[in-house]
Design a protein around this ligand. Structure first.
Ligand code: GSH
Length: 327
């Protein structure tokens, strides 16, 4: 079967959704020396860096969460695209109404029209994916990094000397465990919902939906015995799972046919999701209208009329039970 181009950061091969590699992988460090991947370094400075995000994108959401967790709100500015993503990719369409409903900002740095321009500025022949998030250097007008798993690691430590915030979500002692959780959750859950939703054959859909729910069953069991994925400490792995959970009942369950259960039907995962949502400054990273509008109105192959369903409204303020003793 042929490879079909898909408007998302992906292609479809033999009915299977395939995500592409991010191409900009530079690192910010306290002194600007080259980062771990051997690329040119960028120095951590207040006001120098910027994030381009969609509030719908779970990968971009990770970076917004870490911006809050690490007290980087005043150091790193943000632009929010319009939730609709069509042929020309993410746009900076923006007016009073979309600002109010979806948190759009336009390209408040350069007045640009599309995210693709940020990539074309780097390389006029750029043919990669025009994805968000982008971590942008305002000083040199270049992309630092467009891989969220690395952007959150940068945020986790690079600006500590400026903010004094030394909270560590990737502590040395837990790295092996965190890496294992990340690997499992990325393939089966974070990307699992996409592999399920974008499957173009029954066989492939059946395979991925079963894998996804078997992974959720395993997470439910784990969270019945311990507060967080790696034990009693909140880490990067928990946040990486959480961004998928908050989109699940309103979007993935319906739009991606991940419908064997709702997250609400997994008591431990559900309360874990509420607990993290209720942590300081986290709720402001969640814009449900932007999330729903993006998925339902952008993937017209899955939802041709772009109708956004009135889904069950989650009560995010419901008290969670995660403070109990685990044995
Ligand atoms: N590996 C990237 C993936 C980012 C990604 O897939 N972003 C999607 C939105 S959720 C995107 O911008 N897609 C644009 C496109 O496919 O044209 C990361 O984690 O940062």
């Amino acid at each position: 079967m042929a490879t079909v181009k898909n408007s998302w950061n992906s292609s479809i091969k033999n009915g299977e959704y395939q995500r592409k590699e991010s191409q900009f992988r530079n690192w910010i460090t306290a002194d600007g020396s080259a980062g771990i991947s051997g690329h040119d370094g960028f120095k951590a400075e207040a006001g120098r860096y910027h994030l381009y995000v969609s509030l719908a994108c779970p990968w971009a959401h990770r970076t917004l969460v870490f911006r809050q967790l690490k007290g980087l709100e005043d150091l790193i500015t943000v632009s929010v695209v319009h939730p609709d993503m069509h042929d020309k990719g993410w746009s900076f369409n923006h007016d009073k109404e979309s600002a109010k409903l979806y948190g759009t900002t336009g390209d408040d740095l350069y007045g640009g029209g599309y995210i693709s321009e940020k990539y074309l500025v780097q390389d006029p022949n750029y043919s990669g994916v025009n994805s968000v998030p982008i971590l942008w250097d305002k000083k040199n007008k270049v992309i630092v990094n467009n891989e969220s798993s690395e952007i959150i690691r940068i945020f986790n430590s690079a600006f500590n000397h400026i903010t004094g915030n030394t909270r560590d979500f990737y502590p040395e002692t837990l790295r092996e465990k965190i890496d294992l959780e990340n690997e499992f959750i990325y393939h089966n859950i974070n990307n699992g919902v996409y592999k399920t939703g974008f499957a173009t054959s029954q066989e492939v859909y059946d395979k991925h939906v079963v894998k996804l729910f078997s992974a959720l069953d395993q997470v439910e069991h784990k969270l019945s015995k311990q507060r967080y994925l790696t034990g009693d400490e909140l880490t990067e792995a928990d946040w990486r799972l959480w961004v998928t959970l908050v989109r699940f009942d309103s979007v993935y369950h319906t739009h991606f046919k991940c419908n064997l259960k709702l997250i609400e039907q997994y008591p431990n995962i559900y309360h874990f999701m509420l607990e993290l949502y209720q942590m300081p400054n986290i709720a402001k990273t969640v814009n449900e209208a932007h999330i729903k509008r993006h998925y339902y109105a952008s993937h017209l192959a899955l939802n041709p009329y772009g109708i956004v369903p009135i889904s069950h409204q989650q009560d995010w303020t419901k008290p969670h039970n995660r403070e109990r003793q685990f044995n």
